[in-house]
Structure formats: structure tokens, C-alpha cells
Design a protein around this ligand. Structure first.
Ligand code: HEM
Length: 492
């Protein structure tokens, strides 16, 4: 279902898109420095929207200059909820080779295969690989919840022990690596049917290989912030990063999937007509980039938001809901699976609100297939020329005041009830409305449903185990174990 916006009876004439790309080299360089350094992505888009008094405007997007040969940084930025929907319309935009913008990392990162996520819907190979991903997820559904719960349990044992052993005056335990281990192990088992424990090297280093592999592809487009900015600009944002560094690691994961995920590979070959090599490279991309990468960004946002000091009221509400639903679903021994989390309305609403405020993949791109009028609010149309690259910035589109009340506030109950449900059409994190359905004919995230359910399961597991918890950024500072109900006094 596509979002609907009120339109005036008569459409306005198409207007030119405001903004300019500036002089060659200098314009892109100035925008790049603003984006990474002087302003940061959020301010970059907000300022330009204010300057041009428009939610559609021209700008340059990194990476640019001097060694990104053939990368054209000129984009049409789109930051309102109405115009953003053009990016979901396969008849308007071509999604070939624009996953992370005008820059495409070398095919050597994916074993020479052009994986499905980089293919446009017009390419028959897109439907083939997308159907395979959907099939993988369908098959994975059987073990998904149980594998996830087991991995979360392992993670919490580690962080609890780290917190107990913390000798600092204000004890804390960082959860990033335990969480990434949890995500990696459960995904390998549930999605690919391959247990990392079967290969010591994968078990120990799989997460680090994927982190480096992801970093080398994404860093040219991301603000990193771990070294002084001038050095970051010089060393990390001026040229494509090489794939050979991670090739030995990629090969280890390739052989792991080939051997231990043989059933998944065989499904790709026999039921979807994908060659063995392309199947393994596609599995590795979906596993490492989409799934591991996506959860590694999103789940920390979720834990951090719920665990913020001062959010005791929210946590109490979530805990009560989780425990009530789990107690009532006693038939399934009180475990948080897909059915149970469907009944946790408050948990779900909170998960949607985190996805609205902090979409894990903030930018979406699409190239105009033809010239068309890009519709914004109130019947305002912008002239987009064939071949122009649209760049949607989700954090602004999903705080569009024309759609959301108090758009900049975190309101975890926002999506409750009938009115709340109506707002789901404007939640775009999956590269499509939350009311839409991923299919071989569109580019919406294949795992749209499963991502939300998994996030709800994490919240449920936390409150099944703890009465309360608190975080300081990516560290737990308090994990208050659930109090055991005292045994009822025996009659004397
Ligand atoms: C929090 C986790 C995840 C996030 C935030 C996320 C987000 C996204 C986004 C934004 C896209 C669209 C990219 C674009 O074309 O602009 C996408 C596509 C995709 N995602 Fe996810 N994803 C997540 C997890 C997963 C998982 C677990 C799978 C497992 C199968 C998956 C499979 C895919 C596939 C196959 C596509 C490509 C769709 C196509 O080419 O038509 N994603 N995802």
C-alpha cells in the first residue's frame, strides 16, 4: 500500500528544483567537507532545506574528489514524506548500482558477483535473487526465534559477567561485541543453516572479518570520527578503499558457507537457477551486509533509546506488557516468538518509533528513468530530468511535520491504536512504507517483517530476564535481575 497525501483539486505547475552544484571540483569539495566535517549529515540536509525554503533541492553527496573517478556527486535531495515516495516507485526510478549512492564499491568485495541488492527491478536477475532471499527467510522462520533467543542468552551472560567484574566506580559493560557475536551466530544458523562453531576461525573472527569488509565498502560514504577530521578526509574519504585487504577473510567465509550452508546453496541452484558461485556471494552479501550490517546498526539504537536514564516509566510499561503476554501465552512455555510479539502493542510501537527517529539506513537513492514531476506536499511539483539521481534522507522525511505531530520528539506510544496504525504508511526504514509488501518486483527490504519482530523479541528477552536495565550509550550500567516470586508459604 502506498502512502496517501491530501492533494489540492488543481495541481500546481512544475517548478524548477532550487539549489546549485557550485563550480566544478570546488562545489563538490565544499559540500563534502560540510557533510563530513563542518556540519555533519543531519545539519547538511536541514540547512540546505532552510536556505532554499524547499524540501527538494540540489546538492553534492560524497564521496567526491580527487580519486573517485567517474563518480558524479550531483543529486536531487528529497527530505519530505510525500516526495520521498517517488523512491519506492519502480516505474519512476532505476535502482541499479545506487545502493549507497553514486559510488559503487568494487565487485571484488563480492567475489566478482553483482549481487541482487545492486540490481534494478528491470533486470531479470533481480527477481531471481530477491525470490531466493524471500525463500531463505521463509525457510529460516522455523528456527529464527529459538536461535535468536539462544544467542541473546549467550550475549547477556557475557555482559552480566562484564558488569559484575567491572572495577570502576561507575560500573559499565560495553555490549557491542557481545551483541555482534549474537547477531552473527544466530544469523548464520537461522538464515544459512551453518553453525560457526563448526569452524573455529569463523567462530572467533567471523564478526571482525565482516566489520572490516563492511567498513572498506562504506567508509568512503560515512563520517567515522575516530581520527582527527583532516586525516579522515585525507585517508578515508579521498579514494576507494581496496578489497584485497579483506580477501583472505572473505574467502574463509565463502568456504564456510559453501561447506556448512550447502542446503541453502542448493536451494539457490536448484530452485532459483542461480549459479553456485553467485549463490554463495549473494548469501554472503545478504548475511553480512543486509542482515548483520543492518542489525548491528539498529539493535544498539533500540537498546540505547529504551535504556536511557530517566526512561523508567517506559521500561516499566514495556516490562509489564512483555510479562503479561508471555504469561498468557503459557501454551508456548512463555517464550517470545513471532506470535507472542505480535500481541505486544507497546513494544512494537516503541520499535517503530526508534526506526522512525533513527532509521538504520538513512539514505536512499534512485535514478530517474524519465523526466517527471516529483510531487511534494500541497500539490507542489518539481521538474526532475531523466538520469538525475534522487537522494532521499529518511531522518528528515520521517520527521516531516506535515505527517507527524511533535516530529522531533521520541514518543514510544505514537503508533498505538487506530490513529497510530494509520501512521505506519509513513515509516520508510525498509525502503518502502511499513504497510507495503516486499516482492521480486520492488526494492523493499526482503526482511521487513522479520526485522521488526526480531527487535521486539530482543526487547521481550530483556524484560523477561531483567526487572530494569539502564545504558550509557553502548554500555549497560545497570542490569537488575528479575526478582523470583517468593514461594507461597506452605500451610502449617
Ligand atoms: C535491521 C536490519 C535491516 C535493515 C535496517 C535493512 C534495510 C534495508 C534497506 C533500507 C534496503 C533497501 C536498500 C536500497 O535498495 O536502497 C534493504 C534491502 C534488502 N534487504 Fe534489508 N535490512 C535489514 C535486514 C535484512 C535481513 C535480515 C535480510 C535477510 C534476508 C535483508 C534482506 C534484504 C534484501 C535481499 C534487500 C534487497 C531488496 C531488493 O534488492 O529488492 N535485510 N534492506
Amino acid at each position: 500500500m502506498t502512502p496517501s497525501f491530501p492533494q489540492p483539486a488543481t495541481a500546481a505547475a512544475a517548478r524548477p528544483i532550487p539549489g546549485s552544484y557550485g563550480p566544478p571540483l570546488l562545489g563538490p569539495l565544499r559540500d563534502r567537507l560540510d557533510y563530513f566535517w563542518f556540519q555533519g549529515p543531519e545539519e547538511f540536509f536541514r540547512r540546505r532545506a532552510m536556505e532554499h525554503k524547499s524540501t527538494v533541492f540540489r546538492a553534492n553527496i560524497p564521496p567526491t574528489f580527487p580519486f573517485f573517478v567517474g563518480v558524479d556527486p550531483r543529486v536531487v535531495a528529497v527530505v519530505d514524506a510525500a516526495a520521498f515516495t517517488a523512491l519506492f516507485d519502480p516505474s519512476l526510478v532505476d535502482k541499479g548500482d545506487v545502493l549507497i549512492g553514486p559510488y559503487v564499491p568494487s565487485l571484488s568485495f563480492t567475489g566478482g558477483t553483482r549481487v541482487g541488492v545492486y540490481l534494478d527491478t528491470d533486470d531479470p536477475l533481480h527477481a531471481q535473487t530477491k525470490s531466493f532471499s524471500i525463500d531463505l527467510l521463509r525457510r529460516a522462520a522455523r528456527n529464527w526465534a529459538a536461535e535468536f533467543r539462544a544467542a541473546v542468552e549467550d550475549m547477556l551472560v557475557v555482559v552480566e559477567s562484564d558488569l559484575d567484574n567491572s572495577t570502576s566506580d561507575s560500573p559499565s559493560a560495553n555490549y557491542i561485541i557481545p551483541l555482534q557475536n549474537c547477531i552473527f551466530r544466530f544469523l548464520c544458523k537461522a538464515l544459512v543453516g551453518a553453525d560457526p562453531a563448526a569452524e573455529g576461525i569463523v567462530d572467533r573472527f567471523g564478526v571482525y572479518i565482516l566489520d572490516v569488509w563492511l567498513g572498506l565498502q562504506l567508509v568512503p560514504t560515512q563520517k567515522v570520527g575516530v581520527i582527527p577530521q583532516p586525516l579522515e578526509e585525507l585517508l578515508l574519504h579521498s579514494f576507494p578503499l581496496p578489497s584485497f585487504v579483506v580477501k583472505p577473510g572473505y574467502d574463509i567465509l565463502y568456504r564456510f558457507v559453501e561447506k556448512h550452508g550447502a542446503d541453502a546453496v542448493s536451494v539457490a541452484e536448484k530452485e532459483h537457477g542461480i549459479s553456485r558461485e553467485d549463490a554463495i556471494n549473494n548469501i554472503l552479501f545478504v548475511l553480512g551486509f543486509n542482515a548483520f550490517g543492518g542489525f548491528s546498526v539498529f539493535l544498539p539504537f533500540l537498546i540505547m533509546e529504551i535504556g536511557k536514564p530517566g526512561r523508567d516509566g517506559l521500561r516499566r510499561r514495556l516490562r509489564d506488557e512483555v510479562r503479561r503476554v508471555l504469561t498468557n501465552s503459557g501454551g508456548n512455555s512463555g517464550e517470545a516468538g513471532f506470535a507472542a510479539v505480535r500481541e505486544m502493542a507497546m513494544v512494537r510501537s516503541t520499535v517503530y518509533e526508534v526506526l522512525r527517529m533513527q532509521p538504520p539506513v538513512p539514505l536512499q537513492f534512485g535514478r530517474a528513468r524519465r523526466s517527471f514531476a516529483l510531487r511534494s506536499h500541497g500539490g507542489v511539483n518539481y521538474e526532475v530530468e531523466k538520469g538525475e539521481l534522487l537522494c532521499g534522507y529518511q531522518p528528515m522525511a520521517m520527521r516531516d511535520p506535515a505527517v507527524f505531530d511533535r516530529p522531533d520528539e521520541f514518543l514510544p506510544e505514537r503508533f498505538l491504536g487506530d490513529d497510530g496504525e494509520k501512521l505506519l504508511q509513513f515509516v520508510y526504514w525498509s525502503n518502502g512504507p511499513e504497510t507495503g509488501e516486499p516482492s521480486p518486483g520492488n526494492k523493499q527490504c526482503a526482511a521487513k517483517e522479520v526485522v521488526v519482530a526480531t527487535a521486539c523479541m530482543l526487547v521481550a528477552e530483556l524484560f523477561r530476564r531483567y526487572d530494569d536495565f539502564e545504558c550509557d550509550g553502548t554500555s549497560f550500567t545497570k542490569l537488575e535481575k528479575k526478582e523470583l516470586t517468593p514461594p507461597s508459604p506452605s500451610p502449617s
